[in-house]
Design a protein around this ligand. Structure first.
Ligand code: SIN
Ligand code: MN
Length: 275
């Protein structure tokens, strides 16, 4: 069955799961060759000295790279991949553009945690995104298992609004505190525990190349990577075109300025197959 048919037939189930739980995993994946190509590009970018490359505070290893679709042709092709664009359009319900592109590398033994937080807290408070009408599409570039710091989400928490926002006068405007383990906008551990008692929690596990989506308001975290296996997670955030912030000030590699709708375009180097 062609992938476009799989996407079309699964899209209403995906949308129901996404609307109810705030996350879903997809029945298809990028091929090993596609993942290998992306890994090579990530390695090359990680070796560069540029503001888009962020390091762990303690160990100095690369924590994340940002905005790669603006300067790397494989990453540029990826954001236009028909499967990703169709999925984002289905989950958001209209034309989309690329708000953010990043790869969180979570290096073996060194990769640090992401405390409980909601992405929309950053995007609304720092950038002025009007509504959480965006979606994160996650593609692990390594196998993700319980011990290499998988994403942990609280199902259904995307529907409850934003929690624990700091008062305006105590906010930091340093974007580095939006990409470090010392996050500027967190949900308290006590609140997360109470929510988990009520709603449970879900680990986002999957092989390299698998595809997952999660909502900007879902409460999520991930732990330190204490294993011998790296856990690189590529994340593309698509935003509804009519939900673009009016006047963002954070760097363009954190907040995409080009709000032109993404046109789906296949690339023979990036191939999706049934999972
Ligand atoms: C992670 O890479 O584990 C965290 C990703 C996120 O918070 O969006
Ligand atoms: Mn997040």
């Amino acid at each position: 069955m062609p992938v476009s048919t799989i996407v079309a037939t699964s899209s209403s189930d995906l949308k129901s799961a996404y609307d109810k739980d705030g996350h879903c995993s997809l029945p298809y994946r990028f091929t090993d060759g596609s993942v290998e190509l992306l890994r090579r590009r990530v390695a090359a970018i990680s070796a560069q000295t540029r503001p888009e490359v962020v390091h762990e505070k303690d160990s100095g290893v690369v924590r994340a790279i940002h905005g790669c679709h603006e300067f790397d042709d494989v990453c540029r092709a990826l954001v236009s991949h028909p499967v990703l664009v169709e999925l984002a359009r289905t989950l958001i319900g209209g034309p989309v553009y690329v708000y953010q592109f990043k790869v969180n590398l979570k290096q073996a033994r060194e990769g640090a945690a992401w405390p409980w937080h909601q992405d929309f807290a950053f995007w609304s408070q720092e950038d002025g995104m009007p509504r959480p009408d965006a979606v994160n599409i996650a593609v692990p570039l390594d196998d993700v298992h319980e011990d290499n710091g998988p994403l942990l989400v609280i199902p259904g928490s995307h529907d409850l609004g934003l929690f624990d926002l700091p008062v305006r006068s105590e906010r930091t405007s340093d974007w580095r505190q939006h990409v470090s383990d010392d996050l500027a906008y967190t949900v308290s551990a006590e609140r997360a525990e109470r929510m988990i008692e009520e709603r449970g929690k879900a680990l986002i596990l999957g092989g390299a190349g698998s595809l997952h989506a999660f909502h900007p308001s879902i409460v999520h975290s991930s732990s330190n990577n204490r294993s011998a296996d790296r856990r690189a997670l590529l994340l593309i955030t698509y935003n509804a075109v009519d939900n673009a912030p009016a006047d963002p000030t954070r760097p363009p590699f954190l907040v995409g300025r080009d709000t032109t709708p993404v046109v789906a375009r296949g690339d023979e180097r990036l191939v999706v197959e049934p999972a």
